[in-house]
Design a protein around this ligand. Structure first.
Ligand code: PDD
Length: 284
């Protein structure tokens, strides 16, 4: 079935959606994006995604095509037009289109595209089985805190993981885990403390991460924000990842070594439950 998508001010059938071949998003990966999950027809963690979008745009000196209220209204209208009960909304904003040149003009008009993806988010088989990850070198650029559409490096890493019979890759730099290809990475120590890499330019500042850490602290679960190695993760009681697309998903194997009992652990399960309950209360 054809979706209705949003392109530069218009709601159109996906087969009629068009973007210029001179768009800098297409030619230079000069664009940023957000992925927001939808449950029960409502947007999960919207204020966080909206704030991170502004930050990404500011860091790249890129104009926003609309106010926060206008962007929310477009998201809601797409949910309505596509009868989206559960899934994701992808929003991409690029600097705009002009003849190819590394330098850009100040008066460029940003392009904006949104589309929906209907899929299960709240319940997935991998929450019950957990996923296997491999470690790979982090070959991305140095500003991973900006959510740009330069996704070739993580895509290559993901394909490497698939070829190795795993579901994802943890990207490692200077001996420490940065994050997964499209999620933040965590381990759980024997005493139940959660460890995840501290925020910096090295990782994306996950919106699910922020919410999960807040709920964990409220639930009296100890949190350490610091780098950890693959060896520490392999010896941890549990491991898991978070993202808007997977919420909290257990990791049961790292580079062929079982984590804990090799099955999803109680801390990840509890955090997923709390996250789902709390974020649904705030969904808009
Ligand atoms: N990716 N780290 C990276 C590299 C990511 O691409 C993502 C999200 C995250 C988690 O961020 P959040 O909790 O805000 O979704 C961390 C999205 C889901 C994607 O590219 O599809």
């Amino acid at each position: 079935m054809s979706r209705t998508v949003y392109v530069n001010g218009e709601y159109v059938a996906e087969e009629d959606a068009k973007i210029s071949i001179f768009d800098r998003g297409f030619l230079m990966a000069d664009g940023v994006y957000e992925v927001t999950s939808v449950i029960g027809g409502k947007l999960v963690d919207w204020p966080g995604h909206c704030a991170r979008l502004s930050r990404s745009l500011n860091e790249l000196d890129m104009k926003s095509p609309g106010s926060d209220e206008e962007l929310l209204a477009i998201h809601r209208e797409l949910v309505r037009l596509n009868d989206l009960e559960e899934g994701m909304i992808y929003m991409q904003i690029t600097r705009g289109a002009e003849d190819r040149d590394f330098a850009w003009s100040d008066d460029l008009v940003p392009s904006i595209v949104l589309f929906t993806q209907a899929k299960s988010v709240a319940e997935k088989a991998e929450y019950k089985t957990g996923i296997k990850v491999i470690s790979v070198e982090d070959i991305r650029w140095a500003r991973r805190d900006i959510k740009t559409v330069q996704l070739l490096a993580p895509s290559l890493c993901k394909m490497k993981a698939k070829a190795a019979g795993a579901q994802d890759a943890w990207m490692v730099e200077d001996g420490f885990v940065n994050e997964g290809t499209s999620n933040n990475a965590y381990i759980v120590k024997d005493d139940g403390t959660i460890v995840t890499r501290n925020l910096s330019h090295s990782i994306l500042h996950g919106i699910t991460r922020a919410a999960v850490l807040e709920y964990a602290r409220e639930a009296q679960i100890k949190v350490e924000e610091r780098p950890f190695t693959i060896e520490e993760a392999q010896g941890a009681a549990e491991a898991f990842v978070t993202a808007a697309s997977t919420f909290v998903c257990p990791v049961v194997e790292i580079d062929g070594v079982q984590v804990g009992s090799g099955t999803p652990g109680p801390v990840a399960a509890r955090l997923r439950e709390i996250y789902l309950a709390e974020s649904l209360k705030k969904a808009v």
